[in-house]
Design a protein around this ligand. Structure first.
Ligand SMILES: C[S@@+](CC[C@H](N)C(=O)[O-])C[C@H]1O[C@@H](n2cnc3c(N)ncnc32)[C@H](O)[C@@H]1O
Length: 262
C-alpha cells in the first residue's frame, strides 16, 4: 500500500514537475557511504542533467541537489554490490574504462576505492545537444548527449584526479582508438542499454586482455542473448537506487569462463 501511494505521489510530482522526494529512493542504498558529491544545481548543470537523464525533474534547490547526490551514489553502490564477487576474484583493476560516463557518477565512485585506476582511468564520452536515446537500439554516430565541461567540473568538485576524458568526436565515435587493454571496462545505462551491445562487442573485446572483466547494464528489451553465445558471460541483477523497488540487469563478460566461475 505504502509503495502504491509513493508511486502515485511520484507520478503526480512528475506531472507537475515538482522535484523529487527522498522517499522515492531505495532506503538501503541511500544509507551507504557517500562517494559521489553533488555541487549546487546551477542552470548549466540542470540542463546537462536534463539532457543526459531526462527521466528526472530536478529544480535548482537543496532538496533536488540532495536527491540527485543520493541517487547517483546509491546507483553506483547497487552496481558495485553485485559486481563485487567477480571483482574480488581478480587483482584490483589498475586500468579502467568507463564508456558513456555521463556526469561521471561511477568514475567518481570507483576512483575512491582502494587502488582503483592507478594505471589509468579513462572516460569515453561525447558532448551533444540533443538526447536521442533508443532502447537496446542500433548504433549511430551522433548518439552522444554528454557535456564534457560539466563532466570535468563534477570530477574537479569531487577532487578526482588522474582520469583522462577521451572525446568520442575525436575518435570518430569508435572505441578502437582507446589505449587498451583495460582490466575493467564498464558502461552503465549506455552501451548495452540504449544501444545494443552487439554493435560494440568486437571493439570492447579488442580492449580486453585474458583476465579483464566487462560490465554493462542491459535493457529489458534485450532478451535474445544468443549473440553473446561465443563470449563467456553472466547476467546478474542489481538493485536500482531510483525508483525504489526497481532493479536492472547487468551483463558481466570476460574472455575466459574461468574468470567468471564462482
Ligand atoms: C543514460 S546516460 C548514462 C550515464 C552514466 N553512465 C550513468 O549511468 O549515470 C548515457 C550516456 O551514454 C553516452 N553515449 C551516447 N552514445 C554513446 C556511444 N555510442 N558510446 C558510448 N556512450 C555513448 C551519452 O552521451 C550519455 O552520457
Amino acid at each position: 500500500m505504502g509503495h502504491f501511494l509513493n508511486h502515485l505521489a511520484s507520478k503526480a510530482r512528475k506531472k507537475l514537475r515538482l522535484g523529487h522526494s527522498l522517499s522515492e529512493l531505495n532506503v538501503e542504498l541511500m544509507g551507504k557511504a557517500l562517494h559521489f558529491r553533488a555541487p549546487a544545481l546551477t542552470a548549466e548543470l540542470l540542463a546537462a542533467i536534463q539532457r543526459i537523464s531526462p527521466q528526472f525533474h530536478l529544480r535548482g534547490d537543496e532538496s533536488s541537489r540532495r536527491f540527485w547526490e543520493l541517487n547517483q551514489n546509491g546507483a553506483s553502490w547497487g552496481e558495485y554490490v553485485v559486481l563485487r564477487p567477480f571483482l574480488d576474484r581478480l587483482a584490483v583493476p589498475s586500468r579502467v574504462l568507463d564508456i558513456g560516463p555521463g556526469l561521471g557518477r561511477s568514475a567518481i565512485f570507483f576512483k575512491q576505492l582502494e587502488g582503483w585506476g592507478q594505471g589509468s582511468f579513462d572516460l569515453y564520452e561525447g558532448s551533444g545537444k540533443a538526447t536521442k536515446y533508443t532502447r537496446a537500439g542500433p548504433r549511430f554516430l551522433d548518439s552522444f548527449c554528454g557535456d564534457l565541461p560539466a563532466l570535468t567540473a563534477l570530477l574537479e568538485f569531487n577532487e578526482i584526479e588522474e582520469v583522462e576524458i577521451f572525446d568520442a568526436a575525436e575518435l570518430g565515435g569508435s572505441l578502437a582508438g582507446l589505449p587498451g587493454p583495460y582490466d575493467f571496462i564498464y558502461s552503465f545505462f549506455a552501451v548495452g542499454f540504449h544501444w545494443s551491445i552487439e554493435h560494440f562487442l568486437d571493439e570492447i573485446l579488442g580492449l580486453m586482455h585474458d583476465r579483464s572483466l566487462g560490465a554493462f547494464t542491459l535493457h529489458d528489451r534485450f532478451q535474445d542473448l544468443s549473440v553473446l553465445d561465443p563470449v563467456p558471460h553472466r547476467v546478474v541483477v542489481a538493485d536500482q537506487s531510483w525508483p525504489r523497488g526497481r532493479s536492472s540487469r547487468l551483463l558481466v563478460l570476460a574472455k575466459s569462463d574461468e574468470i567468471l566461475a564462482g
